[in-house]
Design a protein around this ligand. Sequence first.
Ligand code: TZP
Ligand code: MG
Length: 214
Amino acid sequence: MARPFDPTLCLVLGPADVGRRDPCEVAAAAIRGGVTLVQLRWKHAPEADIRALAARLRAVTAPAGVPLILNDRPELVAEAGADGVHVGQADMPAVEARRRLGPDAILGLSIETLAQAAALDPAGIDYVGLGPVFATGSKPDHAVPLGISGFAEARTVLEIPVIAIGGMSAENAAAMRAAGADGLAVISAICGAPDPEAAARRLVARFGHGRDGG
Ligand code: TZP
Ligand code: MG
């Protein structure tokens, strides 16, 4: 089983999400505000750039005890000193990601539909990112939004921790909690906020704490 982690609030970010700010400064502020997981999501970047940014992020996340997850790239996890990987439906089968990662790293998988949720074999997967719940400009090619009721329905057939993604905000955090989310994953609610620390604190306050994903 992978190392224990707290799914409550996952900050997803890359250089494109933070404007002129340094992703590491945004992550550091968000961690002070209560972020419990950080995912580096930097599509189409050269491996060397991902490794370099992951190393800088790791210097922020590790002292805080916050796991660092890489989007899509299990082969970079060990050398980047990251704690796990998040893969989408189109990236690779979860069993293949687990094989490349070894037993200890955290493995997250995106689920976009009720059919995918119902078909999931959760063996070796530590959490599901379920969404988008709402349409979002942060991922232009996103699947059809589930809405809160679609999320709740898909959540009931999943037996592992579920992190809601897509349009998550302080305004809908309590409703997502009531719909069964164990955590929230956000880009714009933190990266687009003038004060990322305050934004993270507000999200956690409205959501409450998810159950331990370990
Ligand atoms: N996957 C599904 S929606 C999404 C990803 C990466 C983007 C979420 O961004 P935001 O700004 O929190 O809606
Ligand atoms: Mg992917």
